[in-house]
Design a protein around this ligand. Structure first.
Ligand code: NAD
Length: 259
């Protein structure tokens, strides 16, 4: 129970990596505020938590709106009295040709993935500084912060920016004992991956040919990293993005893929 008595917010918590992280934080003893733009899915998740729901709250939030993010932090404090952990996880990917990206595409992806995370860091940090006892802020990045997939340009730009958000916020907030860290997963089996990457057999083979461990990750394998980074076990880690990616980023050549 590494997160006993801690209060955490997880955005994009209605499914996928966010839900896995929220469940892991609950299992580690934290009180968790689950935030998502999808109200129906959020209510279903809360209902499915059973006994664990006593330590959980659901707050419908569109992270691309600063006012929503500020209200989310206020709701967390109203519910549980404080905030110790902020996981900026909500994100979307639009798969499209580079030359077809519109202003609306750019604004939407950057607005949710990067602007949303920025105001998440800022709102959480203000609350943590007011409390005076530090905290941990985690940004869900991606291997695409470093890799170039031409059909995922807006996504890659948002995650590249997010890594610099993590770095600059870490330096800005270190005097307040607030750690800011990133997680950059490889391909993890969630709905996002199914839509963006596993749409065709060719796309699946392309991903696996670049994954030395020969498989995709499971959401729980990201949640365990989030729990570690949120805990005092990671007390001297700040500013960095950790990559649970099955070896993806260090691979130069490709690996064989079975059918
Ligand atoms: P997902 O699509 O399964 O879940 C994303 C959740 O975010 C959904 O519940 C959705 O409703 C919510 N959301 C979307 N827009 C929102 C908004 N404006 N405000 C609040 N919530 C919003 O995706 P996932 O695979 O679980 O991805 C979660 C995060 O992990 C994303 O930031 C993604 O970029 C990152 N990531 C995922 C993978 C992967 O392979 N799955 C790899 C690297 C990084």
């Amino acid at each position: 129970m590494r997160l006993n008595d801690k209060v955490a917010i997880v955005t994009g918590a209605a499914q996928g990596l966010g839900l896995a992280c929220a469940e892991r934080f609950l299992a580690e003893g934290a009180k968790v505020v689950l935030a998502d733009v999808n109200s129906d899915a959020l209510q279903l998740v809360l209902a499915g938590l059973g006994d664990r729901a006593a330590a959980a709250r659901a707050v419908v939030t569109d992270v691309s709106r600063q006012a929503d993010v500020v209200r989310l932090v206020e709701e967390a404090v109203r519910s549980f009295g404080r905030l110790d952990i902020m996981l900026n996880n909500a994100g979307i990917a639009r798969s499209q040709d580079f030359l077809e990206i519109s202003e609306e595409d750019f604004d939407t992806v950057i607005g949710i993935n990067l602007k949303g995370a920025f105001f998440g860091v800022q709102a959480a940090a203000r609350q943590m500084i007011a409390q005076g006892s530090g905290g941990a802020i985690i940004n869900m990045s991606s291997v695409n912060a470093q890799l170039a997939i031409p059909t995922l340009s807006t996504y890659a730009m948002s995650k590249g920016g997010m890594n610099q958000l993590t770095a600059t916020a870490a330096v800005a907030l270190a005097p307040h004992s607030i750690r800011v860290v990133g997680i950059g997963p490889g391909t993890i089996l969630t709905e996002m991956a199914a839509k963006a990457i596993f749409s065709s057999d060719d796309a699946r083979r392309a991903v696996l040919s670049r994954t030395p461990m020969g498989r995709c990750g499971e959401p729980e394998e990201i949640a365990s990293v989030a729990a570690f980074l949120a805990s005092d076990d990671a007390s001297y880690i700040t500013g960095q993005t950790i990559y649970p990616d099955g070896g993806r980023l260090v691979l130069n050549y490709t690996v064989p893929v079975s059918d």
